[in-house]
Design a protein. Structure first.
Length: 428
């Protein structure tokens, strides 16, 4: 059996065993990968992976498991296992599966990679880095092309097919000048094609240049309350934390700082966050939600106002709120009307925050962590790269204290972000 036949067989077997509802998905992937390690081309490999995921609901109980073998005996075994898991779980009437939708096929990217282009682009990147940024050491750079083909089906008649092929590039690097060494940094992007040199994508070239500058760092001049300008590379982390508060578990437990903020302002009115899994500007599309619905674009924060919680079927049933129409990915933050240059000029004292290392914010939104690969700014000028510096604040208050949003944005293929300036952060 292959592909869709496996899912049809699985559904039939589970229905015959009295399961109320079932959803299952199968994915077959092939990845072609080229690596640079310690500055040298080191690896070429092709890997294959098959994944079959089965989730069943019987008498209000849930069981879910996955395997990577798809012969009939293995499938029969896993059917028995998932039923045992369901029988041993606690019942919950909020469990459910996606409603019936018309069968659809989705496609993004190419079926096959251009290995010559992959090799040429990676070699070109290695030579460019060595010649342009001689202090930079490429610790590792991974170029790959992954093609996935799969199906999602459930007992309500959902029948989706997905075919997707994407290039991905992720370099990790540091710089060394004599005895001085910078902190490591990294970047990356995804794309359907490799139409230009790799260093021209996302923020790769800028971060390579900054890495050389960061071999010598200095501490900030004491503890102060100031501004931070969060770079596009770092903004994704803060956006993810904000949306994390409106997902299933924080909302179900009532711990979310935004649990009563639907259709209310949770950010400055200049801040708009779209989730565009189908957006024309997004290279890597996401067509199917994790619950089995055809995904739609949505604006979660519109001019500062929270327009929806990020709930799946279970979270929606538990809380009584609406299910979100996508998984909250493919972020597109709208640009502002101020240049990055003028944004920096407006800072009396603060930090350009390029990378942040810290734990998740607490239930009330408080956070703290270390600024890495970042810069001290004073009287409108970037003064110097900083040694590891603590930054603390409250994410709820921070989102309301936006000073400016840049005209410039960076496209990573699966998200588009500007620079955002916040005030009132504690820096030390």
């Amino acid at each position: 059996m292959k592909g869709k036949d496996i899912l049809e067989y699985t559904l039939e077997q589970l229905k015959a065993k009295g399961v109320d509802k079932v959803q299952c998905m199968i994915s077959n992937s092939e990845k072609k990968e080229l690596n640079i390690d310690a500055g040298e081309m080191s690896l070429f490999r092709t890997t294959f992976n098959t994944s079959l995921v089965i989730t069943v609901y019987k008498d209000g109980k849930k069981g879910s498991t996955s395997i990577n073998k798809t012969d009939k005996d293995s499938i029969d075994d896993i059917i028995g296992e998932v039923l045992t898991l369901a029988e041993s779980s606690q019942p919950d009437p909020a469990y459910d599966i996606a409603e019936h939708q018309e069968p659809r096929s989705f496609s993004c990217g190419n079926d096959t990679s251009d290995m010559d282009t992959m090799f040429d682009r990676l070699s070109e990147f290695s030579e460019y880095t060595k010649s342009t940024y001689p202090k930079v050491i490429l610790e590792q750079a991974i170029m790959d092309f992954t093609h996935r083909h799969g199906y999602f089906m459930n007992s309500n008649g959902v029948d989706f097919e997905l075919d997707k092929g994407m290039y991905s590039f992720s370099p990790m690097f540091t710089s060394k000048d004599g005895l001085n060494t910078s902190s490591f940094n990294y970047s990356g992007f995804v794309s359907r094609e490799l139409k230009k040199p790799l260093h021209e994508y996302a923020s790769i070239d800028r971060l390579l240049r900054e890495s050389e500058q960061q071999v010598i760092t200095s501490p900030v001049p004491g503890k102060f309350i100031g501004d931070i300008i969060v770079t596009p590379d770092c903004l994704d982390e803060f956006v993810g934390e904000v949306l994390g508060y409106v997902t299933d578990m924080p909302m179900i437990t009532g711990r979310s700082i935004y649990k009563d903020k639907l259709n209310e302002a949770i950010a400055d009115s200049r801040f708009t966050l779209h989730s565009k899994p189908l957006g024309d500007e997004i290279e890597s599309k996401s067509y199917i939600t994790s619950d089995g619905y055809a995904a739609e674009n949505f604006t979660y924060i519109d001019k500062g106002v929270l327009k929806s919680f990020l709930l799946g079927i279970y979270g929606a049933n538990k809380t009584g709120h609406s299910r979100s129409v996508n998984d909250g990915n493919a972020h597109v933050v709208e640009a502002g009307d101020v240049s990055l240059e003028n944004m920096i000029k407006s800072v009396k004292k603060g930090v350009v925050l390029a990378r942040f290392s810290g734990g998740n914010p607490s239930d009330n939104g408080d956070f703290s962590g270390v600024a890495k690969n970042s810069y001290f700014v004073e009287n409108g000028e970037v003064k110097y790269p900083i040694s590891e510096t603590m930054i603390s604040g409250n994410i709820s208050e921070m989102m309301k204290s936006i000073v400016d949003i840049s005209k410039e944005r960076v496209d990573f293929g699966n998200g588009i972000y500007p620079w955002v300036q916040f005030n009132g952060l504690t820096i030390f």
